[in-house]
Design a protein around this ligand. Structure first.
Ligand code: PMT
Length: 222
């Protein structure tokens, strides 16, 4: 049977990397492919939700017409676009790998090669999840992700609190078959309520189903 348990729900998903321009031809970014975010978008769609996607630059094949889809590049752009619709959302999923810093200035021309070293000043980007988390209403659900290389659980729990998430999904980076770019993932889910859930290594669409199922355990949902 087709599950339509998210019928009538509005879901926002940030996904993919952000690109922070340095000059007209260069940028700072990361390895996010958008696969995890897209798997979540498809899962919510198939379960009846209306899905609003803000995606950094990705090269996946997507039927954008199935969604309210907006392509963005920088963290600033992702923030401006998502904050505009945030208060109408029932569920927000922050799956994007947002660059924490951006070049302090965008050079108008291609930076020329001259000295043997080159320094670039970076400034902190807006934290989209934290900003929107600060104005989360009692009936909204926020789900975050965490990508850590050390003290994984501790850092994930700290982000859960700091960004006011109801649930955070920690990618097990130490696990082969988990994290960036791959078609599979292995995650640890930490609820704000204290409940924790661990997955096996599985295709990202199965991980997405598990994450979506876990929303049922969030108190505001019951
Ligand atoms: O795209 P794939 O190749 O499939 O890989 C998926 C993924 C590993 C990128 C994804 O599952 C994931 O973990 N995304 C978040 C990675 C990350 O940037 O984590 P973080 O620990 O830096 O950020 C914590 C949370 O705050 C995340 O929900 C992030 O979206 C959010 N954040 C972070 C910084 C910022 N400036 N704004 C944010 O909203």
């Amino acid at each position: 049977a087709i599950k339509t348990d998210f019928n009538g729900k509005k879901v926002m998903i940030t996904m993919g990397p952000t690109q922070e321009a340095l000059d007209p031809v260069r940028y700072i970014s990361n390895h996010s492919s958008g696969k995890m975010g897209l798997a979540l978008a498809n899962t919510f769609l198939s379960r009846g939700a209306e899905v609003f996607v803000f995606s950094g630059p990705i090269s996946l094949r997507v039927n954008k017409n199935s969604f309210h889809w907006q392509d963005v590049k920088s963290a600033k752009e992702m923030y401006m676009a998502s904050s505009e619709i945030h208060d109408q959302m029932d569920i927000c999923v922050f799956a994007a790998a947002v660059a924490d810093y951006a070049p302090a200035e965008i050079y108008p021309e291609k930076i020329k090669k001259s000295d043997s070293t080159l320094s670039i000043d970076l400034v902190k980007n807006v934290d989209i999840a934290a900003k929107l988390g600060a104005k989360k209403k009692h009936n909204q659900v926020h789900i975050g992700f965490a990508l850590e290389t050390e003290n994984e659980a501790e850092n994930a729990r700290r982000k859960l609190t700091k960004k006011n998430f109801d649930m955070i999904v920690l990618n097990s980076m130490k696990e082969s078959g988990a994290g960036f770019q791959l078609d599979t993932n292995k995650v640890h889910i930490f609820h704000a309520s204290g409940l924790t859930v661990e997955s096996d290594i599985a295709p990202k669409n199965q991980i997405a189903s598990l994450i979506v199922d876990q929303i049922k355990n969030i108190p505001v949902w019951i």
